[in-house]
Design a protein around this ligand. Structure first.
Ligand code: CAA
Length: 293
């Protein structure tokens, strides 16, 4: 029987977790966000509030819809508050050891029939599932950033994922009014398998001096009709996330064409992680973003 999902738990109040909470609440789900500190939760709730306001400002939502969504979202740093949730989506940092620790913490709290999903952008679903007590009720539900705007969700089954779990995830995505594509459990699935090597190539293009940040982004925006240039997009995704996805591709497919660009490694070493840290291929600390090379 396909489980009925009425409530969504979200682990991680970062960029992706907040987006998942936002769209789930707008679709009428009760949402419980869990993160380590109350500070992170407060910041996350403020982000959701701001993004909902932006949609009201753009005429996409009414004030009533925004208030109804906000009323459905709670946050706490007590993992036990996830206990009544039907589907818990882990949206933590892209680090397998962190995700494993989270599953060890969350699984004992959940009801026996609850589903657990990961928003991982690249890691093996089958391997992550094996770190849980419920591989048949575990799968990948991969959202794109910014979640409230992007229409796609990738669904990824691990080797043990049950049909009922997969059907329930499809229903959830349909209720969010997003389109699901199905990807097999290979490194970085579909979107990132194609997108990240393009971004990595843009960074090599910068590294080799073929063009400046501005020239590369302008070229791809006006020459290929991309809404953002590849370096602007890298900053938007987060350079640490870009690097970990390239590393997963490089290690998982053992092909040198996925070698992360040394310049990307350098930026991450410097803590220049893009928009979220104030600096990446652009410096965001002033009025307008300024290229850093
Ligand atoms: N929450 C809610 N609404 C948002 C939002 C957010 N976080 N960000 C933007 N919006 C809304 C704006 O309110 C605006 O709505 P209106 O049209 O009603 O005014 C609309 O989106 C467009 O925003 P802006 O006018 O501010 O900016 P824009 O036209 O430059 O578009 C963008 C912004 C939608 C982000 C666009 O630049 C874009 O599509 N960029 C590419 C994004 C992309 O490729 N994402 C995938 C990344 S890969 C990934 O996520 C996978 C992974 O695992 C790494």
């Amino acid at each position: 029987m396909v489980p009925v999902i009425k409530s969504i738990g979200v682990v991680g109040a970062g960029q992706m977790g907040c987006g998942i909470a936002h769209v789930s609440a707008l679709a009428g789900y009760k949402v419980q966000i869990y993160d380590l500190s109350q500070d992170r939760i407060e910041t996350g709730l403020a982000t959701i509030n701001g993004n909902l306001a932006r949609q009201v400002g753009g005429g996409k939502l009414t004030d009533e819809e925004r208030n109804a969504a906000l009323a459905l979202i709670s946050g706490s740093s007590d993992v036990n508050d996830l206990a009544p949730m039907d589907l818990v989506i882990e949206a933590a940092t892209e680090d397998e050891s962190v995700k494993r620790k989270i599953y060890a913490l969350v699984c004992p709290v959940l009801g026996p029939d609850a589903m657990l999903a990961t928003n991982t952008s690249s890691l093996s679903i089958t391997r992550l599932a094996s770190a849980t007590d419920r591989p048949e009720r575990f799968m990948g539900i991969h959202f794109m950033n910014p979640v409230p705007v992007m229409k796609l969700v990738e669904l990824v089954r691990g080797i043990a994922t049950g049909e009922a779990t997969f059907s329930a995830a499809k229903e959830y995505v349909a209720k969010l009014e997003k389109t699901a594509t199905v990807a097999e459990d290979f490194p970085a699935f579909i979107v990132n398998r194609i997108l990240l090597p393009m971004i990595n190539e843009a960074i090599y293009t910068l590294y080799e001096g073929v063009g400046s940040v501005d020239a590369i982004d302008t070229a791809m925006k006006l020459g290929a009709n991309h809404p953002m240039g590849p370096l602007q997009l890298a900053d938007f995704i987060g350079l640490d996330t870009c690097l970990s996805i390239m590393q997963v591709l490089y290690d998982g497919l053992a092909d040198s064409k996925y070698r992360p660009c040394p310049l990307l490694v350098k930026y991450v070493e410097a803590g220049w992680l893009g928009r979220k840290s104030g600096r990446g291929f652009y410096d965001y600390r002033g009025e307008v973003p300024v290229p850093t090379r």
